[in-house]
Design a protein around this ligand. Structure first.
Ligand SMILES: NC(=O)c1ccc[n+]([C@@H]2O[C@H](COP(=O)([O-])OP(=O)(O)OC[C@H]3O[C@@H](n4cnc5c(N)ncnc54)[C@H](OP(=O)(O)O)[C@@H]3O)[C@@H](O)[C@H]2O)c1
Length: 283
């Protein structure tokens, strides 16, 4: 019997259960919207109850949405969240580790506390949350339809960012660590029929990027081979793929969604000045 290869069958998320940490704003909110739109039941979880309420208001068209306030860096909150998801869903098909933090400062001024906060939020807590949710994910896992973990890394874990002006040492290091943690966990959890992949976004509009967009949007666009920032649908598309039957055999991948920024060599002046490059100096 041949497989059903229609788009609706390959990318269907009907009845799947998903938890999106940091789902109250930015990329997390858009991923939650996309998962709901494609049939999943979704819990969004982040610290501020007010922001969660605002997100619920924005996603009011989707009754399959729930919200839980929690701090990913607090071990008691992580356990409580796992307990609440178990109570409400019984098992979990998709964990999106999206909540994240950043800190920018010059090397001379970079505080230990800032470095620790970023590593704690972006690496330690993602690992611990994965450990707490592995049993619930295993309950939803099947050999031909594995449960999924998607870690939201960053292109800054693939290259050294240049446009921010203020260095973000801990952020880059934390995202590179999260990418490699993704690979290690993919090997560990694959035999339990749980896939682990990472998405490494480039620049998308969010609270985290508001300041840099205000000051450096032109440089950000010039730095990207496609000449623009990303759109919500471009993150939702890759998440839908990784969460659906279409992505069931993808495991341990780190997928850049950055318009090619992380593989370009940065700003090319000659494109801005309309100067045609020649091979005179490089025959
Ligand atoms: N936007 C981009 O261009 C971009 C690019 C590459 C990677 N990313 C990554 O995408 C993810 C989302 O970022 P964003 O740009 O969408 O920023 P954002 O709008 O600031 O969203 C961050 C989310 O994480 C939550 N959060 C932060 N600390 C938390 C904690 N300790 N416990 C629980 N929730 C916490 C925030 O809610 P509360 O403050 O209420 O907790 C919020 O919902 C991050 O991992 C970021 O590194 C973003």
């Amino acid at each position: 019997m041949s497989e059903n290869l229609s788009i609706s069958s390959l990318f269907d998320l009907s009845g799947k259960t998903a938890l999106v940490t940091g789902g109250s704003s930015g990329i997390g909110l858009e991923m939650a919207r996309g998962l709901l739109r494609n049939g999943a039941r979704v819990i969004i979880a982040s610290r501020s109850a007010q922001k969660l309420d605002e997100a619920k208001g924005e996603l009011a068209d989707y009754p399959a949405l729930e919200a839980i306030a929690f701090d990913i860096t607090d071990p008691r909150h992580r356990l409580r969240l796992a307990g609440e998801v178990k109570q409400r869903f019984g098992s979990l098909f998709l964990l999106v580790n999206n909540a994240g933090a950043n800190w920018g400062a010059r090397l001379e001024d970079y505080p230990d506390a800032g470095f620790a906060k970023v590593m704690d939020t972006n690496v330690n807590a993602q690992f611990a949350l994965t450990r707490e949710f592995a049993p619930l994910l295993a309950q939803a896992a099947k050999a031909d339809d594995p449960a999924r973990i998607i870690n939201i890394g960053s292109m800054d874990g693939l290259h050294v960012p240049i446009v921010q002006r203020v260095p973000t040492f801990a952020y880059s290091a934390s995202k590179a660590a999260l990418h490699h943690l993704t690979r290690a966990l993919a090997v560990e959890l694959g035999p339990r029929h749980i896939t682990v992949n990472a998405v490494a976004p480039g620049f998308f509009a969010s609270r985290m990027t508001r300041h840099v967009f205000e000051h450096y949007l032109a440089d950000i666009e010039a730095d990207c081979p496609l000449g623009r920032i990303g759109q919500a649908g471009e993150i939702v598309g890759v998440i839908t793929y990784l969460a659906s039957r279409a992505g069931a055999y993808t495991n341990g991948a780190v997928i850049p969604v950055d318009g090619g920024t992380s593989i370009s060599k940065g700003h090319r002046d000659y494109l801005q000045s309309n100067r045609t490059p020649t091979n005179e100096t490089n025959p």
